[in-house]
Design a protein around this ligand. Structure first.
Ligand SMILES: *Cc1c(COP(=O)(O)O)cnc(C)c1O
Ligand SMILES: [Zn+2]
Length: 430
């Protein structure tokens, strides 16, 4: 690929391979894009491809600026120009936690949890929204629109608030109330849609066509993947190597594709010597990508997609083609987990890793158990669980895994009685 002298990167079609200068195209490949194939995916998604020496220089630069926080550390590896603002928040920079109690519980001495709940709006989506908001500012766009199952919109609302941008959000009215409250509190203009995420997605594309608003949608805006690649850089820095396996909760498939892209960039600069295997975890009721990975067949949409994990509830995975390709290329696999296993994993992660996550994040833990049982991962391997969103976003689901104790009268005798009756002997009294 040839690069324009003024830019170290270009947009390249993940389907037909055509390359474009940044100014020549905004969203998907003009030559071959199909916004929704029969299997639900978008064909012709563009990805950022770097000129190899620029990528090497960028990585060397990132290693030298340890004092910069969040995504700013990786600015030299992000496709942004001088005009893109610095985001006045710490996006990314999340810890790769040693989890001693979870390690001994699972007999996995080299297990880590990457705690993405610590992002500004409390989910992994901040990484993508940050880059999209930087690009919107660089392009002089005033309004950003997104369709979302909840967290992508919340992240957009949050980052837009930090920069003073206008965010318009189309979200299924059925999204967990905490997420709706959160995005409204950030000051976004929210249009709850009486319909599915897929319908909200269509409407947001129409809004971009009609009103010219800059669109953040997954597998449509090429910069979401590039923002989502950054956790791979952090894992390499934290571990000093590539993990053997990264377990990724998967809905549309952008996170898993972004993580793959990040490790491919690291491989290209020689920071790692091989790619980790990616395990894409989906809920049984919303498992198009995992099914295609297991069957080897084409992607198929999921009729009546349903799961307690709203953030990975997707009938038609927009980045499905990419995700399947990337997971295969990594030598990884897809796994499916039940809602019961997901709810149980909320408690396991909270008690044994002290990380409280929403159901989608807990799917990483449930998926690890499934992958161990199926022999896809062995206990001695270096494994990172990507725990993608905070538990306070959906306490209704977390409540399914606990027992709320009844109140006692406010006197000492009642306290004595309750202790004698075993009310304080929780499941951890061993
Ligand atoms: C969006 C999301 C995911 C899945 O990401 P995709 O790119 O849609 O696969 C997983 N966990 C959480 C908390 C999310 O918000
Ligand atoms: Zn193309």
């Amino acid at each position: 690929m040839t690069f324009h002298p003024s830019s170290p990167w270009r947009l390249s079609c993940t389907e037909c391979g055509r390359a474009y200068e940044e100014r020549a195209v905004r969203y998907v490949c003009p030559a071959c894009a199909v916004l929704q194939e029969p299997g639900g995916a978008t064909r012709g998604v563009l990805e950022v491809v770097w000129e190899p020496s620029a990528l090497r220089d960028g990585w060397r630069h990132a290693l030298g600026v340890a004092d910069r926080i969040g995504l700013e550390r990786f600015r030299s590896l992000l496709p942004v120009g001088q005009a893109a603002p610095r985001i006045p928040l710490v996006v990314g920079d999340t810890p790769t936690l040693d989890v001693p109690r979870l390690r001994s519980r699972l007999g996995m001495p080299r297990l880590f949890v990457k705690d993405e709940t610590r992002n500004p709006s409390a989910s992994y989506k901040d990484r993508a929204s940050a880059l999209v908001c930087m690009k919107a500012a660089e392009y002089g766009e005033q309004t950003i629109v997104a369709a979302s199952t909840g967290n992508a919109a919340t992240a957009l609302a949050c980052i837009a608030a930090s920069l003073g941008q206008r965010a318009v959000i189309l979200v299924p009215a059925s999204a967990p109330p905490a997420k709706l409250v959160q995005m409204l509190s950030y000051g976004a203009e929210v249009l709850p849609v009486d319909g599915t995420y897929d319908q909200a997605f269509e409407l947001s594309l129409e809004a971009t066509r009609r009103f010219g608003w800059y669109n953040r949608n997954t597998a449509f805006n090429p910069f979401t993947i590039e923002g989502k690649k950054t956790s791979a850089f952090e894992m390499v820095l934290a571990l000093g190597r590539a993990p053997d396996v990264v377990v990724v909760p998967t809905g549309d498939g952008v996170i898993v594709s972004g993580v793959a892209k990040g490790f491919r960039d690291m491989l290209a600069v020689g920071a790692i010597d091989r790619l980790p295997r990616l395990v894409a975890v989906q809920a049984e009721g919303s498992a198009s990508i995992a099914r295609a990975l297991r069957s080897g067949g084409p992607l198929e949409t999921t009729a009546n997609a349903h799961t307690v994990a709203d953030s990975i509830c997707v009938a038609a995975p927009r980045a499905g083609l990419l995700a399947v390709r990337e997971v295969r290329r990594s030598g990884g696999a897809g796994v499916m987990v039940s809602d019961d296993a997901i709810v149980e994993s909320i408690g396991e992660l909270a008690r044994y890793a002290a990380v409280f996550t929403e159901p989608a994040g807990a799917a990483a833990h449930a998926g690890l158990l499934a992958a161990l049982a199926q022999g896809l991962v062995s206990p001695g391997e270096n494994v990172v669980l990507l725990v993608t969103g905070h538990g306070l976003k959906d306490i209704a689901s977390a409540s399914k895994g606990i027992r709320m104790p009844p109140p006692i009268p406010a006197d000492v005798e009642a306290l004595n009685q309750a202790v004698r009756d075993g009310a304080t002997d929780g499941p951890e009294q061993r």
